[in-house]
Design a protein around this ligand. Structure first.
Ligand SMILES: Cc1cc2nc3c(=O)[nH]c(=O)nc-3n(C[C@H](O)[C@H](O)[C@H](O)COP(=O)(O)O)c2cc1C
Length: 385
């Protein structure tokens, strides 16, 4: 299939990205800081494992997930990747978890590749599906019309707007345009029929930005913090592969720039106690997922490991990964005596080491956080459930 000029570049870049992240080391050396969180084990939970029910409403949509997990947006836009969106969406349908398609810019530029995204809804008629557009496009060209097209394309339950200034700064043909984005997001959030989720792409969202977003009416945040897939690293590697050396060398920024996931979750919850928070970025197993939730996220999000499992080991391997994570989260809920998802916000936990230091430097009192902020958030949630 021939693609129109412009979208051709966007689409083939998406293909480069998939090949690169599956075969190369693209995760930050920096940690997500979950190793500085310990949930207190309760050897006497006074309940059965089967009593655990972690179902949750997704992001004020009225639709419920069976498990508090999302496969966050990765792909679409090239004919060779349509099947990936189809398979990931069918996993979401099977397990009752949420699924996001990747940036829909390619199909907004060339509707002939719309099917590489809409296949997700075909394969997952009931699942929560999240559409995706990027902030740089909102800065320059996209408005409510394009946002609505993205939502309609996949019959989405919500629209994710991704923030990726690091990636745009280091991509050879990047679009580092971030002027007037807040105003553009507000316009879209005000006029769209589905909720807007503002998400990062692996470098985290701090307290100050969550406050700004909450002030313009955004109530869903995917923190996508540092500690997992790192887009500065991917773009530097891609440039090296093409030109022998990176055109925009990143130095230590490709491993150490960003807000680690654990601290991003805490800061987001503190800034927006009434919001829906997706804790993601570097989550690789059920223990990290349950820590993300206990720290104040509503659900955990995961991207790269699911893609790698699917591409390297087929659907059976992706299923094993998801089933393992779900079971680990359930077992951890059992061992903290948490029958329901939001009981995890009452679970006692310890924050120590570097995470404790960082919170203190940011003038956040971890004790207040653990006992007051999570309780406040719990009260908001109970009023809305
Ligand atoms: C191959 C790949 C493509 C991605 N493309 C997008 C995208 O188009 N839009 C977006 O919002 N995030 C995109 N992401 C970012 C992920 O949604 C996620 O925020 C990030 O990878 C961190 O999660 P992880 O460490 O579990 O991979 C992509 C990630 C991967 C691995």
């Amino acid at each position: 299939m021939g693609l129109v000029e412009g979208s051709d570049v966007t689409a083939s870049r998406k293909l480069d990205h998939i090949k690169m992240v599956v075969s190369s080391s693209v995760e930050s050396l920096e940690s997500d800081l979950f190793e500085y969180v310990r949930l207190i084990h309760n050897p006497l939970p006074e309940m059965d494992l089967d009593d655990v029910d972690l179902s949750v409403e997704f992001c004020f949509t009225g639709k419920r997930l069976r498990y508090p997990l999302m496969i966050t947006g990765m792909t679409g836009g090239h004919p060779d990747v349509a099947w990936i969106n189809g398979e990931l969406a069918s996993l979401a349908e099977e397990y009752g978890i949420a699924f996001g398609v990747g940036s829909q810019r390619a199909a907004i530029e060339d509707p002939r590749v719309s099917n590489t995204y809409s296949i997700a809804r075909e394969k997952a008629p009931n699942a929560v599906i999240v559409a995706n557009i990027g902030a740089p496009q909102i800065s320059r060209e996209y408005g409510v019309k394009e946002a609505k097209r993205a939502v309609e394309m996949v019959k989405a339950d919500a629209l994710a707007i991704h923030l990726n200034p690091g990636q745009e700064a280091f991509q050879d043909e990047g679009d580092p345009y971030y002027s007037n984005v807040l105003e553009g997001i507000k316009d879209i959030a005000d006029r769209l029929d589905v909720p807007v989720i503002v998400k990062e792409t692996g470098t985290g969202i701090p307290y100050e930005v969550v406050k700004e977003l909450r002030a313009i009416g955004v109530k869903c945040i995917d923190v996508s913090g540092l500690g997992g897939t790192n887009w500065i690293k991917v773009e530097v590697l891609r440039s090296k592969t093409r030109y022998g050396e990176a055109r925009k060398p990143a130095g230590p920024l490709s491993d150490y720039w960003g807000n680690p996931t654990a601290i991003s979750i805490i800061e987001a919850r503190l800034a927006a106690p009434d919001s829906f928070i997706i804790g993601s970025g570097g989550i690789r197993n059920g223990l990290e997922a349950v820590k993300a939730i206990a720290l104040g996220a509503d659900i955990a999000g995961i991207a790269l490991p699911v893609l790698r499992a699917l591409l390297n080991g087929g659907k059976a391997s992706a299923k094993r990964l998801i089933e393992g994570i779900i079971y680990q989260v359930k077992a951890a809920a059992f061992m903290t005596s948490s029958k329901r998802l939001y009981d995890l916000w009452k679970a006692p936990l310890v924050i120590h080491g570097r995470l404790l230091d960082e919170l203190s430097v940011r003038s956040l009192n971890p004790h207040t956080y653990i006992y007051r902020v999570r309780t406040e958030a719990l009260m908001w949630r109970m009023r809305n459930e």
